[in-house]
Design a protein around this ligand. Structure first.
Ligand code: ADP
Length: 677
């Protein structure tokens, strides 16, 4: 190629190529090789640019350069991109030999011919054509766009490029700030993903264009491959995550979205593998996966346009051109497309538009989130206000209810106080009445005692005198005698109750035989002609320890009731029994009986059943059974009643027959105790 004037002249289409798979050939051998030889390695013309794809082979390029007589001698050979590992130029030294110059990202910046991010070799051209050799070796994608430029023109291009990158990274920093602030402010995963995506992409472009090596680690060329590998994988992973969080495609394509998410995580694992130095091994796989993912993502985003037209449109605008450019670049890397301006620089041009779009997308999302936030807040506020009002109403209603209840309670309290006062008055009046009644009964009973004894004595006198000569008087005497007995029993009961109420009864217990008790009762009991006494004494007449006077009164009361409440007559049974230490006495009649609902009050003081009151000539005070129970209780026993109205009643008394041990011993020295009358 003959170079004239000033300019930048691409070498594509003007080179010959030779592939050395093992990298065995030395320059001396290469130099001696003819073009298009019959057998063995030989240079062959290279159509178009140099882009053989992923390969670790060594490639030799050969080209001829000459200059116009009017052109300057100094020219530059520029090779991009800068990530090729090792590039060596063999240029004629003017003395028939060749001089070797090294460049590439495996060569420390200091050792390169020019400290520039791109590979640049300085050339001295003569008017006569000279042959140059370029040896290229790399561990991943092999692709080089080669051109010869006059230093002035390249200087202009380089300053334009620098401005371009300045703009690019400036915008990137602004976009990162926007999304980072949004992520801090709105705390949503989307903004974090957007920030990470922008950082990874910025970093990747920084490294792919050789700035990393130039500015960050000029003396550690080994890092370059690792850094590019890690950033390629991270950028891919975050690109996929950004797509997932921005368009939310799982709404429409759940399975494909899952596949994309696996792709993202696969990329992150790839980043770890690259950091550990495995990038050369996984690079072809990464490139193929990227191609598949790009197709998938574009297809899915087209499919989302109905569901979410605005977002999808923005997304396609933002990523469509960039994705297409990346697609071209990957095709170049894998060797499908040659290294041309389109396949080398289009991506960067599209990315410069993509970044402000990303910032816009972030801002729009931030606005949406903020608005949703505000709407939710105002909804919550309205709900809270409603709740507050309801609560206030409820509180007011409850307070009113409480006030009403309080009033009622106060009213009740007043009424209760009045009722209590009334009840107390009534109670006091009743107690006074009872006291007066008892006093009256006691007085009457006491007063009756003397005239009764006088009458009894007079009656016995008259009866003794007139009895033998006047048998016709016998029934009358019997009636008088019964009336006297009834009167005596009334008086006895009244006086006994009075004593019980006033001072209580102090029992005077002694040993009495059951037969003696029965004799006492028989003597005092008056039966009518209609009644018959059925006596059942036990064979076991062991004495019992009891108060004979009070126990006799109790049994007499029961017997008296049996006679009184069987007005039609019939047998009155008095049965005694010993069961172990227990003494039992049962009084049974065939009289009017007692209604079962009256049984609970039967032993209450002054209780009288209506049937009993209705019976003529069966007067009573309702004290008998009350006294019986008191007496039996004092003896530590119990009383039971069974009754069927119209058929009769049976009262059973149980008292312990044994005395405490000491008294029993004393009793054994008294063989035949006699009950006191
Ligand atoms: P009263 O002086 O009326 O006989 P009691 O205390 O001895 O008083 O008896 C109370 C009431 O129990 C009687 O008025 C009667 O209604 C009822 N009563 C007592 N014993 C009998 C009985 N054997 N048969 C029917 N009713 C009886």
């Amino acid at each position: 190629m003959v170079l004239s004037g000033e300019g930048i002249f691409p070498l594509s289409g003007k080179m010959e190529i030779l592939r050395d798979p093992g990298g065995q050939l030395k320059f001396e051998q290469i130099r001696a090789l003819p073009s298009r030889s019959g057998g063995g390695p030989a240079f062959a013309p290279l159509r178009g640019g140099f882009s053989p794809g992923f390969s670790t082979d060594v490639f030799w390029l050969k080209f001829e350069l000459a200059r116009d007589p009017g052109a300057g001698r100094a020219w530059w050979l520029v090779a991009t991109p800068p990530f090729i590992d090792d590039v060596r130029l063999y240029a004629p030294d003017g003395a028939g030999g060749f001089r070797e110059s090294r460049a590439g990202d495996h060569v420390p910046v200091r050792e390169r011919e020019t400290a520039h991010r791109n590979t640049i070799f300085k050339l001295q051209l003569s008017e006569a054509p000279q042959t140059f050799f370029l040896r290229v070796e790399s561990s991943t994608a092999v692709t080089l766009a080669l051109s010869v430029a006059s230093p002035e023109r390249y200087g202009e291009l380089a300053s334009f490029e620098n401005m371009f990158f300045g703009l690019f990274f400036g915008m990137l920093v602004i976009a990162v700030m926007i999304s980072l602030l949004s992520s801090v402010w709105l705390r949503q995963r989307f903004f974090l993903v957007a920030t990470a995506y922008l950082l990874a992409y910025g970093g990747l472009h920084f490294a792919l264009n050789g700035f990393d090596q130039l500015f960050i680690y000029p003396d550690q060329p080994a890092l370059a491959d690792h850094v590019v590998g890690v950033l390629v994988c991270l950028a891919t992973g975050f690109y996929l995550l950004f797509f997932l969080t921005y368009l939310d495609p799982q709404r429409r394509f759940p399975r494909l979205a899952r596949a994309v998410s696996w792709g993202a995580w696969g990329s992150f694992w790839g980043a770890i593998a690259s950091a550990l130095g495995f990038y050369p091994a996984i690079a072809p796989l990464v490139a193929k996966a990227q191609l598949g993912e790009i197709v998938l993502v574009l297809g899915m985003s087209l499919g989302m346009r109905r569901l979410d037209p605005h977002r999808t449109a923005l997304y396609l605008l933002m990523f469509g051109p960039g994705t297409a450019a990346v697609f071209l670049q990957i095709l170049r890397n894998v060797g499908v497309l040659p290294a041309t301006f389109l396949t080398t620089h289009l991506w960067e041009v599209t990315v410069i538009f993509q970044i402000p779009f990303t910032a816009v997308a972030v801002l729009m999302r931030a606005r949406e989130t903020h608005q949703a936030h505000l709407a939710a807040k105002s909804r919550a506020l309205a709900a809270a206000r409603r709740l507050e009002q309801e609560l206030e109403q409820e509180v007011a209603a409850r307070t009113a209810e409480l006030a009403r209840t309080n009033e009622t309670l106060v009213q009740w309290g007043k009424e209760l106080g009045e009722a209590k006062a009334r009840a107390e008055e009534l109670l006091a009046a009743e107690q006074a009445r009872q006291r007066a009644q008892r006093r009256f009964i006691r007085t009457i009973a006491h007063e009756l005692r003397t005239p009764l004894s006088v009458i009894e004595m007079a009656f016995t006198n008259i009866q003794t005198r007139t009895d033998p000569g006047h048998p016709e008087l016998k029934p009358r005497y019997l009636r008088i005698s019964r009336a006297l007995t009834r009167l005596n029993s009334l008086v006895d009961n009244a006086l006994a109750e009075d004593r019980l109420a006033e001072s209580g009864i102090a029992l005077q217990k002694e040993w009495i035989r059951p037969s003696a008790l029965v004799r006492q009762v028989e003597q005092q009991l008056l039966l009518t002609e209609r009644h018959r006494l059925d006596l059942r004494l036990p064979a076991d007449d062991r004495p019992i320890y009891a108060d004979p006077r009070w126990l006799t009164l109790a049994v007499l009361n029961l017997m008296d009731n049996a006679v009184k409440y069987s007005p039609e007559g019939g047998p009155v049974t008095l049965a005694l029994a010993r069961e172990g230490h227990e003494f039992r006495l049962r009084v049974e009649d065939r009289g009017i009986g007692i209604a079962s609902e009256l049984l609970p009050e039967l032993f209450e003081k002054f209780f009288r059943a209506p049937e009993a009151v209705a019976l003529s000539r069966s007067g009573g005070l309702g004290l008998g059974l009350y006294l019986v129970r008191q007496i039996i209780d004092l003896h530590g026993g119990e009383i039971m009643v069974e009754s069927v109205p119209g058929q009769g009643s049976a009262f059973t008394i149980k008292i312990p027959g044994e005395a405490p041990a000491r008294q029993r011993e004393a009793a054994e020295t008294q063989p035949d105790p006699v009950p006191a009358s």
